[in-house]
Structure formats: C-alpha cells, structure tokens
Design a binder for this molecule. Structure first.
Ligand code: FRU
Length: 445
C-alpha cells in the first residue's frame, strides 16, 4: 500500500511535477500551474493547473499549456502570470531543440518568450512569441528561460535567467509598457561567478526591500553551503533595480534536500511563495515512482523581510486545520501518535543548548549550540538522502510541517528553513529529548 500520498501538499495523481508556474489570484481563485510530464520520471513539459479558494483545497483544472506548437515543441517551460484589465496574461519559455547534432547548451536551442492570455483563467489562447533568441543580449548561451513578470510604477518588468557563453549565471531585466514590446534594460550579474546558470528568477519588494531570488547551478558545495547539486536563494538589491541598483551577498533559501524553483506573488497584501519540493539531477530518489507519480510542492509560505533576511512561514490558513492535540509524554519523552494520522503541525520552543528530535522511524534532528548547527540526518527511508546542516548558534523555536512524505522545518520564526522528502515505514511516534517542548497537532484534511 502507498502510505506516502501527501495529505496537504500539492502533488500529481500520476506523472511528474516540477516548478510552480503562473501563480496568481484571478476571479476569486488562487491559481497554481506547474511543470508537468505524463511519466513519473519526467518527459516533455506541459503546464498542469489547479485552483483554490483557500490555498488548502485544490481543484484540478484541465492542462493549460501543451508543447504543441513549433515555438514550444520541446517543452512549455517555466513562467509566470500577471493580471491586467481582468485578463490573465501568462509568460513562459517555449523550448525548442533544433534537429541536428548540437550540444543544446551553446547551440541548437531556441528559447522563445511566449505571451498567452486567458479570459476565464482556464483556457489559454494559442499564444504569441514576444522575444526570440535574437532579442536577448549578445554573449549568451542557449540557456535563457523562465520569465517572471510584474508591474511597478506604471510599467511592466520581466526577469529571465541566463547562462553566458563563458558559463556565468545572470539575470536579464526587460521593460515594457504594453506587455508585448520588451526592451532589455540591464542585467544582474556578480563580479565573482556564482554558478554557470541562474534558473527561475523572481524580483520583488518586501517590507521596503527589493530582492532577487534565483536558483544558481554549478556551485561548489561545502558542509554548510550549497549542499545540493543546485542551489536556491536570494540577493538583496541595493539601489534601484531598474538603473544602477546592484546585488549583494547571495543567501540560500533552504538547507534541506528538496527545495527548488520557488515563485512568489502578492494577494491581499501578503507575498506568498510556493516552491518545488524536489531537486533536478539529484543523486537521491523518490519511491513514489513505483506508484506512477513523483514530486510535490512545498506548503504555501508567507514572506517577510527583517534583520537583512528573508523569513518564510507557513500561511496562517494551516492553523485553522489544527485539530487533535497530542500530549507530550514525560516518561517516554515523546509524542505518541496512536492512530493513523499522517498530517501534522508541530510547534516547539527550545530552552536549552542541545536537543534531539526523532520523526517516526525516519528522520533525526540534532541541535548543538556549541557545535553551532542543526543536523538533519536520515535514520532510514531517505532513498539516498543522508545528512544536511544548517548553521545556527541558537534555536528559540521550531515549526515542523509534517506530511506523509515530507517535512519542512522552520527555524526561529522562519529565519532559516530545511525542506525534505522522507518515506517513513510507520507514523507512530515523535521523540523529543533535551529542553524542547511544544504542541503537536494533527491537521484535519
Ligand atoms: C527548473 C527548470 C527551469 C525550466 C523548467 C523545465 O527546474 O529547469 O529552468 O524552465 O525546469 O521543466
């Protein structure tokens, strides 16, 4: 039997899921599109579509985009949405591999920026290409993709991730007055190379601070940094992003095994983020492939910016789902989950310098202030995942969003996060030792 079906995370019934795309609120619904393939191990990319009134319960809508045209035949790749004049405008990369003997890195690939509209938010028109390879700046390889569009002070802006011919990652910025004619106004790059390619950029203002998020590929890993094959993080922008603003130090957004290609949007004053709880080209795997599907999204997170840091917290909607409260058992130093629950929200306060938490028969968290880190390690059921580290000298609180096959660990009010898939063989007990206590709720979903 498959115990690993997620209770409150978006995942496909069958097939493959990667990046969230086109996040927006339109005609009374939140919309999530995502990179979809019919086979659980991947394939040509479509845009699958879900909508929701509350960010919790999702209704499936028909496939929104298919790789059915000459301009997108090798994939309707990632992109974003913007609402204008009561119309949903979608921008994405139409990926085309030319026939021939090409490497498809420096030659043989077209990256068409496609503009699609939808009046009802369900059906897309056939789309038109608003930028071809020739419209991008010179000196770029064939990796140019993932447009994210937003409006600011009466104009539209688009950021696109790119790899130069010298294998340097960067982000291109375009401006438009009408969503169809785009002009390259500048490029965000770093003096010292941060990877060879920056995928899935996002540019936004939060609490008065402009941030550039991106997923750099090709960084050399260390114990605390770039532990995954590809990274995901953000730069703080100093100055005006349109003119001479520049990006400062790169900070990683997640320290777990599975978090990539997040996208944000604003609705009702909240900046919400959804990430893919997966990692391209990882050495570890997911046993749900056997059941015909693979990968899921993170929970929706609300962003904040303070102390020069981007904070992420599960959206408050999850708090309304808290149902049964499991008591901490002093004698056995654990929370016992006797019935067949799979969905939990665990809030803990830490009063000491060391603690350990064991989640079912699967995961262990070990904090030691002296050592200065939180170590996440698999006892079993990691399917190739072993250890990840998050550097911190103090932990005051933790929030763990636990689902049937994932955990997202929010440290110190979401100042740092670790997201990972896990595949427990039972869901009986969460053990806690050290001076850390709190509330374990099951979620009613
Ligand atoms: C990131 C990514 C994007 C691309 C998409 C294709 O995971 O490689 O750069 O648009 O996935 O599915």
């Amino acid at each position: 039997m498959n115990n690993w079906r997620q209770k409150y995370h978006i995942e496909p019934k069958s097939g493959w899921l990667n990046d969230p795309n086109g996040l927006c609120f339109f005609k009374g619904y939140y919309h999530v599109f995502y990179q979809y393939a019919y086979e659980p191990t991947g394939g040509n990319k479509y845009w699958a579509h879900l909508k929701s009134k509350d960010l919790i319960n999702w209704e499936e809508a028909p496939i929104f985009l298919s790789p059915e045209y000459d301009y997108n035949k090798n994939g309707a790749y990632s992109g974003s949405a913007i609402i204008k004049d009561d119309i949903m405008h979608i921008f994405y990369t139409g990926n085309v591999k030319k026939d021939g003997d090409f490497d498809y890195i420096y030659e043989g690939r077209e990256n068409n920026t496609v503009h699609v509209t939808s009046k009802d938010g369900i059906n897309a028109d056939s789309g038109k290409v608003v930028m071809y390879n020739k419209d991008y700046p010179e000196g770029l390889s064939c990796h140019v993709r993932d447009p994210k569009v937003f409006e600011y002070e009466g104009k539209y802006y688009m950021v696109i991730g790119a790899r130069t011919m010298e294998d340097k990652g960067e982000v291109l910025v375009f401006e438009s007055e009408d969503l169809d004619n785009w002009k390259h106004i500048r490029t965000f790059e770093t003096m010292a190379r941060i990877g060879y390619m920056w995928e899935c950029p996002d540019l936004f203002e939060i609490n008065g601070q402009w941030i550039l998020m991106a997923c750099p590929q090709g960084l050399e890993g260390g114990k605390y940094e770039f532990q995954n094959i590809y990274s995901c993080g953000y730069f703080i922008i100093e100055g005006d992003f349109r003119t001479n603003g520049f990006i400062t130090e790169y900070k990683e957004a997640d320290f777990g095994f599975d978090f990539y290609a997040p996208q944000t949007f604003v609705h009702d004053g909240r900046r919400l983020l959804l990430g893919w709880m997966g990692m391209p080209d990882a050495s570890y795997t997911n046993p749900t492939i056997e059941y015909g599907y693979q990968h899921c999204m993170s929970v929706f997170r609300e962003l904040d910016f303070a102390n020069n840091t981007l904070y992420m917290k599960p959206v408050k909607e999850f708090e309304h789902l808290r149902k049964e409260l499991f008591e901490y058992d002093e004698e056995n130093t654990s929370y016992k989950v006797l019935d067949d629950k799979r969905a939990f929200d665990l809030e803990l306060q830490n009063f000491g310098d060391r603690f350990e938490i064991e989640i079912f028969d699967t995961l262990k968290l070990d904090f030691d202030a002296g050592r200065g880190d939180l170590e996440l390690s698999f006892i079993a059921n990691g399917y190739g995942r072993e250890k990840r580290f998050l550097r911190t000298k103090s932990i005051e609180n933790l929030r763990l969003m636990i689902d049937a096959s994932s955990v997202e660990i929010f440290v110190n009010d979401g100042k740092q996060v670790m997201s990972t898939r896990m595949y427990p063989s039972e869901y009986k007990e969460i053990k806690v030792s050290g001076n850390i206590r709190g509330m374990l709720y099951s979620l009613d979903i």
